[in-house]
Write a protein that binds this ligand. Structure first.
Ligand code: ZN
Length: 167
């Protein structure tokens, strides 16, 4: 066996540990992009929540909260990102996509996530008051994978600072 075929073999041996490390790394990375969106929201006087939607390891949509600017309570980051991603893909279903959002989605957004059949949802900070989880994961589509707590501290710190400054 020559050296090249050895490398080839190594690349093609399935390594679950490596795979999960890569997932964690990219989750972190994509959540940072959602955090950038949330920071933009804060700088515009919007509640700092940001979202990105990723398909095949590429960001296809990003959005932040626009409730104040649009005078529209439905203009949450998740809803805007889902609309943008669906437009981009020309598909109402987002089964091959992951939504990264800095805050636990509300019930309205959980409904949109369900109807869009997101493949996976990753959120940062929990929202005990307004989040959907107190009603349970059942609000999402049964095939949607769910993860949370990624960049949790940074995500919740942004919200705390925003509301502290408002007082
Ligand atoms: Zn929402």
């Amino acid at each position: 066996m020559n050296f090249n075929s050895l490398i080839f073999l190594q690349l093609h041996i399935y390594n679950p540990l490596l795979e999960s490390m890569l997932t964690v790394f990219s989750d972190d990375n994509f959540m940072k992009k959602a955090i950038q969106e949330a920071e933009t929201a804060a700088s515009l006087g919007e509640v700092p929540v940001g979202a990105v939607i990723v398909c095949n390891n590429a960001v296809i949509a990003k959005a932040h909260n626009h409730v104040e600017k649009l005078h529209d309570i439905t203009a949450h980051a998740e809803i805007l990102a889902i609309t943008a991603a669906s437009n981009y893909l020309g598909s109402k279903y987002l089964e091959d996509c992951t939504l990264y959002v800095t805050l636990e989605p509300c019930v309205m957004c959980a409904g949109a996530i369900k109807w869009a059949r997101l493949g996976r949802v990753v959120y940062g900070a929990s929202d005990d008051k307004g989040g959907f989880m107190k009603y349970g994961k059942e609000l999402l589509h049964p095939s949607t994978k769910l993860e949370f707590g990624i960049q949790n501290e940074r995500c919740s710190e942004m919200l705390k600072n925003f509301f502290k400054a408002k007082r």
